[in-house]
Ligand binder design. Structure first.
Ligand SMILES: [Zn+2]
Length: 432
């Protein structure tokens, strides 16, 4: 009996202990699932294999406008491949090299899955297989014939595969290097809050095959516009990322006004706009956009951040970087597809403004140089005395012309805005 009693009391203790454990694990499990770690949503998000297959299907069905290639590179036994899709509606009477060139890259960071979904939606829309609310694709035919577009849907395929395998916070490539710190502009500089798990720049600039491929692609394509698409917040960034200023010159004003237009039309003015380093709260060294602007001389180079959940905890990466319900998912891919159609439409016009400004300034300088040389040779040594005065006159003259150009630019952008207002319903009024 004693035995029975003791056995019964110990079994009831075990029972209550197990029940407690069960209860604890349910509560804790719910905690983990719902507030700390949102799992990969396979209903909303496609695998990289599926995205590649879908894109191949589009290319096969639309050979008149799409083609694709796979670029490969390797370094020290690490291999990478990057799928590049070219959209070009070839017309015999239009010379390809004279077309407006746009290079878009998605998925540079593994965990930002929504960006590659946007790439897929954009390519489906360009193939007219999917529509975008409030965007009349057939009315854009004229515009789309004048551009060549290269799209990299999954820049960091190896990193993305790690995320698909369950490492939901991975942003780096397949061997732990952040592809947006591996470029040569201000490479390797580390801020005080440097976190190697997030921002490892690699052993040297361009140590990573993915970055090598992107550099090669941008060199051969020589784009007018570069956009690298990210998520984690809502922002439209222009250079620089490695310092908290924007570049000098009037081209900066054009870039800023372009981003303001995109923000107003497609981000409901929610997006942060400005230099990456100045707006985001930290400096980033060795980024793609700084390289594209500074070294490749891409006149308009941007980083778009298309979505972020500020409420998500730092460890809940899937939710922080990607919409988790279908309504938000569709809103994000539709809004940003529409934003890219605005860029396709307005890009050449923005480029004219950049060219207009820079060519005017160069010619003013040349004109003044020529004028001064002519004066010097005509008046010989006497001119040396007047040199200082002439320098001042030159400065005033340049300032005067600069302000005239600025006024002209403002005038032009007003005209463009009013012109734009008349065609605005085509791309705006997106259901945000
Ligand atoms: Zn990113």
């Amino acid at each position: 009996m004693g035995f029975f009693f003791s056995s019964s009391s110990s079994s009831s203790f075990v029972f209550f202990f197990l029940a407690f454990l069960q209860l604890f694990s349910i509560v804790n499990g719910r905690n983990l699932t719902h507030s700390s770690f949102t799992p990969f949503n396979h209903d909303l998000y496609h695998s990289s294999r599926f995205i590649a297959k879908e894109i191949k299907g589009l290319v096969v069905r639309h050979p008149d406008r799409l083609r694709m290639e796979t670029m490969r590179a390797q370094n020290k036994g690490y291999n990478a491949e990057v799928l590049v899709v070219t959209y070009n509606r070839a017309r015999k009477d239009v010379n390809d090299s004279s077309k407006f060139r746009i290079l878009l890259s998605f998925g540079q960071h593994g965990r930002e899955l929504i960006t590659s979904e946007l790439a897929l939606r954009l390519l489906s829309s360009l193939s007219e297989e999917k529509s975008i609310p409030n965007v009349d694709l057939s009315s854009l035919n004229n515009i789309l014939e004048k551009i060549v577009l290269k799209v990299v849907p999954m820049e960091n395929l190896n990193g993305r595969k790690r995320v698909e395998a369950g490492d939901l916070c991975e942003r780096r490539n397949g061997r732990g290097v952040d592809l947006n710190r591996n470029w040569s502009v201000d490479w390797g500089k580390k801020e005080k809050d440097y976190d190697p798990h997030e921002e490892n720049p690699g052993t040297a600039p361009f140590s990573e095959p993915e970055t090598q491929i992107m550099r090669k692609l941008s060199k051969s394509f020589d784009p007018h516009i570069w956009v690298t698409v990210h998520s984690g917040m809502e922002a439209l960034f222009m250079p620089y990322d490695h310092k908290n200023t924007t570049p000098d010159g009037l081209a900066t004003h054009v870039m800023k006004s372009m981003l303001n237009d995109v923000n107003r039309l497609h981000c409901k003015d929610r997006c942060l706009v400005g230099s990456g380093g100045g707006s985001v709260g930290y400096l980033a060294h060795g980024t793609a956009t700084d390289y594209m602007y500074d070294v490749m001389k891409v006149p308009m180079a941007f980083t778009f951040e298309i979505y972020g959940d500020k409420e998500a905890s730092m460890k809940d990466c899937f939710r922080m970087f990607n919409p988790v319900d279908r309504t938000t998912f569709n809103r994000v891919v539709n809004d940003w597809s529409a934003a890219f159609f605005t860029i396709f439409k307005m890009g050449p016009h923005w480029m004219d403004l950049v060219h207009f400004n820079s060519s005017k300034l160069e010619s003013i300088d040349e004109y003044l140089e020529g004028y001064l040389i002519e004066r010097s040779s005509r008046y010989g040594k006497r001119m040396e005395v007047l040199d200082l005065g002439m320098q001042e006159i030159r400065t005033y003259f340049r300032l005067f012309l600069l302000s005239s150009v600025l006024l002209m630019f403002m005038f032009c952008s007003r005209i463009s805005k009013s012109k734009y207002a008349t065609i605005r319903p085509i791309v705006s009024a997106v259901s945000l």
